[in-house]
Design a protein around this ligand. Sequence first.
Ligand SMILES: Cc1cc2nc3c(=O)[nH]c(=O)nc-3n(C[C@H](O)[C@H](O)[C@H](O)COP(=O)(O)O)c2cc1C
Length: 182
Amino acid sequence: MDAITLLTHRQSHPRLIEPAPTGDALENIMISAVRAPDHACLAPWQFFICEGEGLDRLGQLFVDSAKANNREQKDVERAAKLPHRAPMVIVTAMKYTFHEKVPRVEQLASAACATMAMQMAAQAQGFNGMWRTGSYAQCDIVKQGFGLAADDELVGFLYLGTPQTKAGIKPARNIQNYFSRF
Ligand SMILES: Cc1cc2nc3c(=O)[nH]c(=O)nc-3n(C[C@H](O)[C@H](O)[C@H](O)COP(=O)(O)O)c2cc1C
């Protein structure tokens, strides 16, 4: 798939099954992430690849978070299963570093670009994904589970795998609504 076709037609896929990207395909995803635009070369990110027991560990963090936040029992039970909606989840963390010229928002933007780059690299190689967050991404228990500091941020849980079904084609947005000459 050429780059323009990918960028103009990309869409996420929530139903993801085995196989997850491995070998060169996974390495391309990782290389794409660290190729993200990055003001002052801070590399303000860290990525955690979860598969198998890693997905169980991620689920346990969600369970701990749900319990600590007094969520209903059904939410606690669901929490353990959430990461297993795909064979792989790559967690993107923004690791904040103070820099005079690079405010926090730019470091967050860089980590977000890296996450999209990974999803695009996956899709370009016949896989797909779904970028998810939810309340668990904002929870200190989950952040601490990845060794993050208070200033760091969980930017996303990128679910990756092979699309289970052929996705319906999403209608294109009207570009005139979002662009104007200035
Ligand atoms: C930062 C961020 C967080 C997101 N979190 C969720 C989420 O928790 N759950 C969800 O269903 N979609 C979430 N989405 C949206 C999906 O990843 C996806 O973009 C959306 O369903 C639209 O589909 P599309 O990517 O095919 O346009 C999030 C997107 C972004 C950029």
